[in-house]
Design a protein around this ligand. Structure first.
Ligand SMILES: [Zn+2]
Length: 214
């Protein structure tokens, strides 16, 4: 590691000025205290609110294969959807930085600073329940796809609040890759209905094709 990359690793990726919270673990390990305070709260609250709604109505949502943002966020569905998007975008960027992944995070930082959705980050909402006696592995790490030069083309990670799974996907524009299979949710596109996606897919490892029989 060169001196410059060692210094960069200790500098907050969002403001690119202040040092990260020393001794912090997880997402905070790549953000400074000011940015964590400024950008951490709103998104986390929106996500807790959404997942609370989803868990409370999951049986119905699972059967319908969709949920309604106007019910999940009755006061302002658009703002709620954007906050959840920015929450997962922030966490993905923190994970990438903490893992030392060489990806320019300026577009992530800019999305948060301007409160605009990132065009290349989408979420998929999935039902993580699998057939009885089948065990599905959950990988909490970010999965990267790189081109032959080693440049990161896509980053995917799944947050699991069983049985609700959120797959977070970054796909670099122009990358010769298919998007994650399913119904990508982006706050600029879906204003009301969000359809569920299959849980088993490229971003989620399964023990064997059909899962590990136990
Ligand atoms: Zn900062």
């Amino acid at each position: 590691m060169t001196d410059s990359s060692a210094t960069a690793a200790l500098t907050c990726w969002l403001c690119r000025e202040r040092p990260v919270i020393s001794g912090a673990s997880g997402a905070a390990a790549s953000l400074c205290a000011d940015c964590e305070l400024e950008f951490g709260h709103d998104g986390a609250c929106a996500w807790e609110s959404l997942v609370g709604y989803l868990l409370a109505h999951w049986e119905t949502i699972r059967k319908l294969g969709r949920f309604d943002l106007t019910k999940a966020f009755p006061s302002d569905p658009r703002a709620g959807a954007l906050s959840v998007h920015l929450h997962f975008l922030k966490l993905l960027a923190c994970k990438l930085r903490s893992s030392g992944v060489p990806l320019d995070l300026e577009s992530f930082a800019s999305a948060l600073r301007t409160r605009r959705a990132h065009p290349d980050v989408t979420l998929l909402v999935a039902d993580a329940r699998v057939a009885a006696r089948t065990l599905l592995l959950h990988d909490a790490e970010v999965r990267l796809l790189r081109n032959q030069d080693g440049a990161v083309q896509s980053a995917r990670w799944t947050e699991l609040r069983h049985p609700v799974a959120i797959k977070v996907s970054y796909l670099q524009p122009g990358a010769p890759l298919r998007p994650a299979p399913g119904e990508p949710w982006h706050p600029d596109r879906q204003r009301k209905l969000v359809r569920l996606s299959p849980y088993v897919g490229e971003a989620t490892p399964v023990a064997g094709i059909q899962g590990l029989r136990i």
